[in-house]
Design a protein around this ligand. Sequence first.
Ligand code: PLP
Length: 390
Amino acid sequence: MISPVLPTYNRAPIAFERGEGSWAIATDGSRYLDLGAGIAVNALGHAHPDLVATLTGQANRIWHVSNLYQIPEQQRLADLLVENTFADTVFFTNSGTEAAELAIKMVRKYWDDLGQPERTEILTFEGAFHGRSTGAIAAAGSEKMTKGFGPLMPGFRQLPFGDLAALTAAIGPQTAAVMIEPIQGEGGIRVLPEGMLREIRALCDENGALLSLDEVQCGMGRTGKLFAHEWDGITPDIMMVAKGIGGGFPLGAVLATEKAAKAMVAGTHGSTYGGNPLACAVGARVMEIVADEDFLAEVRRKAGLFRQKLEGLVAAHPDVFEAVRGTGLMLGLKCKLPPIEMVKAGYDQHLLTVGAADDTLRLLPPLNIADEDIAEAVERLDRAAASIDG
Ligand SMILES: Cc1ncc(COP(=O)(O)O)c(C=O)c1O
Protein backbone atom coordinates (compact mmCIF):
# COMPACT_ATOMS: atom_id res chain seq x y z
CA MET A 1 0.00 0.00 0.00
CA ILE A 2 1.33 3.44 -0.88
CA SER A 3 2.47 5.54 2.07
CA PRO A 4 0.52 8.68 3.00
CA VAL A 5 3.58 10.70 1.94
CA LEU A 6 4.24 10.09 -1.78
CA PRO A 7 7.28 7.80 -1.70
CA THR A 8 9.55 9.75 -4.08
CA TYR A 9 12.43 9.79 -1.57
CA ASN A 10 14.50 6.97 -0.06
CA ARG A 11 14.45 8.35 3.45
CA ALA A 12 16.79 7.43 6.29
CA PRO A 13 15.00 6.21 9.44
CA ILE A 14 15.88 9.33 11.43
CA ALA A 15 13.64 12.28 12.35
CA PHE A 16 14.88 15.53 13.79
CA GLU A 17 12.97 17.69 16.20
CA ARG A 18 15.44 20.45 17.01
CA GLY A 19 18.61 22.07 15.80
CA GLU A 20 21.39 24.15 17.34
CA GLY A 21 23.96 25.64 14.99
CA SER A 22 25.70 22.78 13.17
CA TRP A 23 23.90 20.12 15.22
CA ALA A 24 20.56 18.45 14.55
CA ILE A 25 18.88 16.67 17.45
CA ALA A 26 16.83 13.58 16.66
CA THR A 27 13.56 12.60 18.29
CA ASP A 28 15.44 10.06 20.45
CA GLY A 29 17.63 12.88 21.77
CA SER A 30 20.79 11.88 19.90
CA ARG A 31 22.87 14.67 18.35
CA TYR A 32 24.02 14.59 14.73
CA LEU A 33 26.73 16.84 13.32
CA ASP A 34 25.08 18.29 10.24
CA LEU A 35 27.29 18.54 7.15
CA GLY A 36 24.26 18.55 4.88
CA ALA A 37 22.55 21.68 6.20
CA GLY A 38 19.34 20.64 4.47
CA ILE A 39 21.34 20.40 1.22
CA ALA A 40 23.08 23.77 1.43
CA VAL A 41 20.02 25.53 2.84
CA ASN A 42 20.75 26.26 6.51
CA ALA A 43 23.57 28.67 5.66
CA LEU A 44 23.76 29.95 9.24
CA GLY A 45 22.97 26.63 10.91
CA HIS A 46 19.88 25.70 12.86
CA ALA A 47 17.96 28.16 15.03
CA HIS A 48 20.31 31.09 14.44
CA PRO A 49 19.16 33.60 17.12
CA ASP A 50 19.03 36.57 14.70
CA LEU A 51 16.99 34.64 12.17
CA VAL A 52 14.63 33.29 14.83
CA ALA A 53 14.10 36.82 16.16
CA THR A 54 13.56 38.19 12.65
CA LEU A 55 11.10 35.45 11.71
CA THR A 56 9.09 35.59 14.93
CA GLY A 57 9.12 39.40 14.86
CA GLN A 58 7.72 39.36 11.34
CA ALA A 59 5.24 36.60 12.23
CA ASN A 60 3.82 38.87 14.91
CA ARG A 61 3.34 41.67 12.37
CA ILE A 62 2.12 40.28 9.04
CA TRP A 63 2.59 36.92 7.28
CA HIS A 64 1.20 37.27 3.83
CA VAL A 65 0.44 40.14 1.52
CA SER A 66 -0.35 39.77 -2.15
CA ASN A 67 2.05 41.11 -4.74
CA LEU A 68 -0.84 43.37 -5.69
CA TYR A 69 0.56 45.68 -3.00
CA GLN A 70 3.94 47.14 -2.04
CA ILE A 71 5.87 44.76 0.25
CA PRO A 72 8.54 46.71 2.16
CA GLU A 73 10.44 43.55 3.29
CA GLN A 74 10.64 42.46 -0.36
CA GLN A 75 11.81 45.87 -1.47
CA ARG A 76 14.48 45.83 1.21
CA LEU A 77 15.84 42.43 0.19
CA ALA A 78 15.79 43.45 -3.48
CA ASP A 79 17.76 46.59 -2.61
CA LEU A 80 20.34 44.53 -0.72
CA LEU A 81 20.74 42.11 -3.62
CA VAL A 82 21.04 44.91 -6.17
CA GLU A 83 23.59 46.76 -4.01
CA ASN A 84 25.74 43.67 -3.58
CA THR A 85 25.62 42.07 -7.04
CA PHE A 86 25.62 42.70 -10.79
CA ALA A 87 21.82 42.77 -10.79
CA ASP A 88 19.54 45.71 -11.52
CA THR A 89 16.33 43.89 -10.62
CA VAL A 90 15.06 40.85 -8.72
CA PHE A 91 11.98 38.59 -8.80
CA PHE A 92 11.32 36.47 -5.72
CA THR A 93 10.24 32.83 -5.83
CA ASN A 94 9.74 30.11 -3.21
CA SER A 95 12.32 27.68 -4.57
CA GLY A 96 15.21 27.13 -6.93
CA THR A 97 13.01 25.35 -9.44
CA GLU A 98 10.73 28.33 -9.75
CA ALA A 99 13.78 30.54 -10.20
CA ALA A 100 14.94 28.28 -13.05
CA GLU A 101 11.50 28.46 -14.66
CA LEU A 102 11.54 32.24 -14.65
CA ALA A 103 15.12 32.35 -15.88
CA ILE A 104 14.05 30.27 -18.89
CA LYS A 105 10.99 32.43 -19.51
CA MET A 106 13.10 35.59 -19.24
CA VAL A 107 15.50 34.35 -21.93
CA ARG A 108 12.63 33.51 -24.29
CA LYS A 109 10.89 36.80 -23.70
CA TYR A 110 14.14 38.73 -24.25
CA TRP A 111 14.53 37.34 -27.76
CA ASP A 112 10.83 37.63 -28.55
CA ASP A 113 10.99 41.29 -27.58
CA LEU A 114 13.97 41.77 -29.92
CA GLY A 115 11.91 40.38 -32.80
CA GLN A 116 13.61 36.96 -32.81
CA PRO A 117 10.97 34.67 -31.22
CA GLU A 118 12.54 31.66 -32.94
CA ARG A 119 15.80 32.15 -31.04
CA THR A 120 14.98 29.78 -28.19
CA GLU A 121 17.91 27.36 -27.93
CA ILE A 122 19.39 27.29 -24.44
CA LEU A 123 22.67 25.43 -24.09
CA THR A 124 22.84 23.39 -20.89
CA PHE A 125 25.25 20.80 -19.51
CA GLU A 126 25.36 17.12 -18.72
CA GLY A 127 25.15 16.44 -15.01
CA ALA A 128 23.24 19.68 -14.46
CA PHE A 129 20.42 20.03 -11.97
CA HIS A 130 17.96 22.90 -12.17
CA GLY A 131 14.99 21.36 -10.34
CA ARG A 132 12.14 18.94 -11.02
CA SER A 133 9.57 20.96 -12.96
CA THR A 134 8.88 19.96 -16.55
CA GLY A 135 11.06 22.84 -17.78
CA ALA A 136 13.90 22.18 -15.35
CA ILE A 137 14.12 18.45 -16.16
CA ALA A 138 14.12 19.25 -19.88
CA ALA A 139 16.95 21.72 -19.28
CA ALA A 140 19.06 19.13 -17.44
CA GLY A 141 17.99 16.40 -19.84
CA SER A 142 19.32 13.37 -17.96
CA GLU A 143 17.53 10.07 -18.49
CA LYS A 144 17.21 9.62 -14.74
CA MET A 145 15.11 12.76 -14.40
CA THR A 146 13.21 12.76 -17.70
CA LYS A 147 12.32 9.08 -18.28
CA GLY A 148 8.56 8.64 -18.31
CA PHE A 149 7.81 12.35 -18.28
CA GLY A 150 7.74 13.05 -21.99
CA PRO A 151 7.12 14.86 -24.23
CA LEU A 152 9.82 17.16 -22.95
CA MET A 153 9.76 20.91 -23.33
CA PRO A 154 11.85 21.76 -26.40
CA GLY A 155 14.61 24.34 -26.62
CA PHE A 156 17.50 22.76 -24.70
CA ARG A 157 20.69 21.16 -25.90
CA GLN A 158 23.03 19.47 -23.41
CA LEU A 159 26.78 19.68 -23.84
CA PRO A 160 29.55 17.98 -21.88
CA PHE A 161 30.36 19.93 -18.69
CA GLY A 162 33.69 21.73 -18.77
CA ASP A 163 34.28 21.10 -22.48
CA LEU A 164 35.02 24.48 -24.02
CA ALA A 165 35.57 23.03 -27.49
CA ALA A 166 32.07 21.51 -27.48
CA LEU A 167 30.56 24.83 -26.37
CA THR A 168 32.54 26.78 -28.98
CA ALA A 169 31.24 24.41 -31.68
CA ALA A 170 27.63 24.55 -30.45
CA ILE A 171 27.14 28.25 -29.77
CA GLY A 172 25.99 30.47 -32.61
CA PRO A 173 23.39 32.94 -33.83
CA GLN A 174 20.63 30.48 -32.84
CA THR A 175 21.79 30.38 -29.20
CA ALA A 176 19.44 32.25 -26.90
CA ALA A 177 21.42 31.62 -23.73
CA VAL A 178 23.94 29.45 -21.94
CA MET A 179 22.55 28.15 -18.63
CA ILE A 180 25.11 26.69 -16.25
CA GLU A 181 25.97 26.01 -12.61
CA PRO A 182 29.48 27.38 -11.93
CA ILE A 183 29.84 24.36 -9.63
CA GLN A 184 27.54 21.40 -10.17
CA GLY A 185 26.05 20.31 -6.86
CA GLU A 186 23.80 17.32 -7.54
CA GLY A 187 26.16 16.48 -10.40
CA GLY A 188 28.95 15.75 -7.92
CA ILE A 189 30.64 19.00 -6.77
CA ARG A 190 32.11 19.41 -10.24
CA VAL A 191 33.91 22.76 -10.50
CA LEU A 192 34.38 24.32 -13.92
CA PRO A 193 38.08 24.35 -14.86
CA GLU A 194 39.88 27.53 -13.77
CA GLY A 195 39.05 30.48 -16.03
CA MET A 196 36.40 28.65 -18.05
CA LEU A 197 33.56 30.84 -16.86
CA ARG A 198 35.44 33.80 -18.36
CA GLU A 199 35.70 31.93 -21.67
CA ILE A 200 31.99 31.12 -21.54
CA ARG A 201 31.18 34.79 -20.85
CA ALA A 202 33.32 35.79 -23.84
CA LEU A 203 31.63 33.23 -26.11
CA CYS A 204 28.21 34.51 -25.04
CA ASP A 205 29.26 38.08 -25.79
CA GLU A 206 30.69 37.19 -29.21
CA ASN A 207 27.43 35.44 -30.13
CA GLY A 208 25.03 37.84 -28.44
CA ALA A 209 23.73 35.03 -26.19
CA LEU A 210 22.67 35.64 -22.59
CA LEU A 211 24.60 34.01 -19.75
CA SER A 212 22.25 32.56 -17.15
CA LEU A 213 23.95 31.16 -14.04
CA ASP A 214 22.33 28.73 -11.65
CA GLU A 215 23.80 29.64 -8.25
CA VAL A 216 21.01 27.98 -6.28
CA GLN A 217 23.49 25.67 -4.53
CA CYS A 218 26.87 27.40 -4.98
CA GLY A 219 25.70 30.95 -4.25
CA MET A 220 25.06 32.93 -1.05
CA GLY A 221 28.55 32.68 0.40
CA ARG A 222 28.92 28.93 -0.05
CA THR A 223 32.20 29.21 -1.96
CA GLY A 224 33.64 32.03 0.19
CA LYS A 225 32.48 34.77 -2.18
CA LEU A 226 28.90 36.02 -2.09
CA PHE A 227 28.38 34.36 -5.49
CA ALA A 228 30.64 31.76 -7.13
CA HIS A 229 31.02 33.66 -10.42
CA GLU A 230 32.89 36.40 -8.53
CA TRP A 231 35.92 34.08 -8.37
CA ASP A 232 36.21 34.47 -12.14
CA GLY A 233 35.64 38.21 -12.17
CA ILE A 234 32.69 37.98 -14.55
CA THR A 235 29.02 38.82 -14.25
CA PRO A 236 26.05 36.97 -15.73
CA ASP A 237 22.96 38.49 -17.34
CA ILE A 238 20.59 36.35 -15.27
CA MET A 239 21.15 34.36 -12.08
CA MET A 240 19.05 31.87 -10.15
CA VAL A 241 19.36 31.89 -6.36
CA ALA A 242 17.60 29.90 -3.63
CA LYS A 243 18.58 27.54 -0.78
CA GLY A 244 20.97 29.56 1.44
CA ILE A 245 19.27 32.89 0.76
CA GLY A 246 16.40 31.96 3.08
CA GLY A 247 18.62 30.39 5.73
CA GLY A 248 16.03 27.60 5.95
CA PHE A 249 12.91 29.56 5.11
CA PRO A 250 11.70 28.77 1.56
CA LEU A 251 12.93 31.57 -0.69
CA GLY A 252 14.40 31.88 -4.16
CA ALA A 253 15.12 34.68 -6.57
CA VAL A 254 16.02 35.54 -10.12
CA LEU A 255 18.51 38.38 -10.39
CA ALA A 256 18.98 40.08 -13.73
CA THR A 257 20.42 43.06 -15.51
CA GLU A 258 17.98 45.64 -16.80
CA LYS A 259 18.85 44.63 -20.36
CA ALA A 260 18.02 40.93 -19.79
CA ALA A 261 14.86 41.70 -17.79
CA LYS A 262 13.35 44.58 -19.71
CA ALA A 263 10.75 42.53 -21.57
CA MET A 264 9.32 41.16 -18.29
CA VAL A 265 6.67 43.83 -17.94
CA ALA A 266 3.51 43.78 -15.82
CA GLY A 267 1.50 40.62 -16.38
CA THR A 268 4.32 38.48 -17.82
CA HIS A 269 5.06 36.59 -14.59
CA GLY A 270 3.78 36.24 -11.06
CA SER A 271 3.62 34.22 -7.86
CA THR A 272 1.16 34.13 -4.98
CA TYR A 273 3.75 33.45 -2.31
CA GLY A 274 6.93 34.64 -3.99
CA GLY A 275 8.44 37.53 -2.04
CA ASN A 276 6.16 37.20 0.98
CA PRO A 277 7.04 39.25 4.08
CA LEU A 278 8.15 36.29 6.22
CA ALA A 279 10.59 34.95 3.63
CA CYS A 280 11.94 38.36 2.67
CA ALA A 281 12.41 39.56 6.25
CA VAL A 282 14.52 36.46 6.94
CA GLY A 283 16.29 36.73 3.57
CA ALA A 284 17.28 40.33 4.26
CA ARG A 285 18.80 39.33 7.62
CA VAL A 286 20.69 36.46 5.95
CA MET A 287 22.00 38.87 3.32
CA GLU A 288 23.14 41.38 5.95
CA ILE A 289 25.15 38.66 7.68
CA VAL A 290 26.50 36.73 4.68
CA ALA A 291 27.33 39.63 2.35
CA ASP A 292 29.68 41.07 4.98
CA GLU A 293 33.29 40.80 3.78
CA ASP A 294 34.52 39.69 7.23
CA PHE A 295 31.97 36.87 7.25
CA LEU A 296 33.06 35.74 3.77
CA ALA A 297 36.74 35.86 4.78
CA GLU A 298 35.85 33.55 7.69
CA VAL A 299 34.12 31.15 5.29
CA ARG A 300 37.32 31.05 3.22
CA ARG A 301 39.46 30.46 6.31
CA LYS A 302 37.21 27.67 7.58
CA ALA A 303 37.16 26.16 4.10
CA GLY A 304 40.97 26.10 4.03
CA LEU A 305 41.05 24.36 7.40
CA PHE A 306 38.41 21.82 6.37
CA ARG A 307 40.06 21.10 3.05
CA GLN A 308 43.46 20.51 4.58
CA LYS A 309 41.98 17.97 7.00
CA LEU A 310 40.04 16.30 4.19
CA GLU A 311 43.21 15.88 2.12
CA GLY A 312 44.65 13.97 5.10
CA LEU A 313 41.49 11.88 5.33
CA VAL A 314 41.68 10.94 1.64
CA ALA A 315 45.35 9.96 2.02
CA ALA A 316 44.46 7.82 5.08
CA HIS A 317 41.70 5.91 3.27
CA PRO A 318 42.85 5.34 -0.31
CA ASP A 319 40.41 2.44 -0.75
CA VAL A 320 37.42 4.62 0.12
CA PHE A 321 38.28 8.07 -1.27
CA GLU A 322 39.88 9.28 -4.46
CA ALA A 323 40.06 13.07 -4.05
CA VAL A 324 38.70 16.21 -2.42
CA ARG A 325 36.61 18.45 -4.67
CA GLY A 326 34.98 21.83 -4.48
CA THR A 327 35.45 25.46 -3.58
CA GLY A 328 34.93 27.07 -0.18
CA LEU A 329 32.46 25.13 1.95
CA MET A 330 30.95 23.45 -1.11
CA LEU A 331 33.05 20.35 -0.66
CA GLY A 332 32.94 16.85 -2.08
CA LEU A 333 34.79 13.61 -1.53
CA LYS A 334 35.05 11.63 -4.72
CA CYS A 335 34.58 8.03 -3.53
CA LYS A 336 35.79 4.70 -4.81
CA LEU A 337 32.51 3.11 -3.76
CA PRO A 338 28.88 4.23 -3.99
CA PRO A 339 28.74 7.34 -1.74
CA ILE A 340 25.53 6.10 -0.12
CA GLU A 341 27.75 3.62 1.76
CA MET A 342 29.61 6.55 3.29
CA VAL A 343 26.34 8.40 3.98
CA LYS A 344 25.07 5.34 5.90
CA ALA A 345 28.37 4.80 7.73
CA GLY A 346 28.11 8.50 8.64
CA TYR A 347 24.70 7.95 10.26
CA ASP A 348 26.32 5.33 12.52
CA GLN A 349 28.80 8.05 13.60
CA HIS A 350 25.95 10.56 14.02
CA LEU A 351 27.17 12.59 11.08
CA LEU A 352 24.95 13.89 8.26
CA THR A 353 26.37 14.02 4.73
CA VAL A 354 24.69 13.99 1.32
CA GLY A 355 25.32 11.82 -1.72
CA ALA A 356 25.66 13.20 -5.25
CA ALA A 357 26.24 11.91 -8.75
CA ASP A 358 29.68 10.97 -10.01
CA ASP A 359 30.36 8.88 -6.86
CA THR A 360 30.71 11.99 -4.75
CA LEU A 361 29.89 12.56 -1.10
CA ARG A 362 28.80 16.14 -0.45
CA LEU A 363 29.87 18.15 2.58
CA LEU A 364 27.85 21.37 2.78
CA PRO A 365 28.10 22.53 6.39
CA PRO A 366 26.61 25.73 7.75
CA LEU A 367 28.87 28.61 6.65
CA ASN A 368 29.44 29.53 10.31
CA ILE A 369 30.44 26.01 11.42
CA ALA A 370 32.79 26.19 14.42
CA ASP A 371 36.42 25.15 13.93
CA GLU A 372 35.99 22.43 16.62
CA ASP A 373 33.02 21.06 14.67
CA ILE A 374 35.14 20.87 11.51
CA ALA A 375 37.73 18.83 13.45
CA GLU A 376 34.96 16.69 14.95
CA ALA A 377 33.41 16.15 11.51
CA VAL A 378 36.67 14.89 10.05
CA GLU A 379 37.14 12.51 13.01
CA ARG A 380 33.67 11.13 12.41
CA LEU A 381 34.33 10.83 8.67
CA ASP A 382 37.54 8.99 9.54
CA ARG A 383 35.67 6.52 11.77
CA ALA A 384 32.97 6.09 9.11
CA ALA A 385 35.58 5.37 6.42
CA ALA A 386 37.41 2.98 8.78
CA SER A 387 34.18 1.04 9.32
CA ILE A 388 34.01 0.52 5.54
CA ASP A 389 37.74 -0.07 5.14
CA GLY A 390 37.62 -2.79 7.75
C1 PLP B 1 21.75 24.10 -8.82
C2 PLP B 1 20.32 23.88 -8.44
N1 PLP B 1 19.35 24.46 -9.16
C3 PLP B 1 18.06 24.31 -8.83
C4 PLP B 1 17.67 23.51 -7.77
C5 PLP B 1 16.24 23.36 -7.44
O1 PLP B 1 15.94 24.03 -6.26
P1 PLP B 1 14.65 23.67 -5.38
O2 PLP B 1 14.82 22.27 -4.89
O3 PLP B 1 14.64 24.71 -4.30
O4 PLP B 1 13.46 23.81 -6.26
C6 PLP B 1 18.65 22.88 -7.00
C7 PLP B 1 18.27 22.01 -5.89
O5 PLP B 1 19.02 21.16 -5.45
C8 PLP B 1 20.00 23.07 -7.34
O6 PLP B 1 20.99 22.47 -6.64
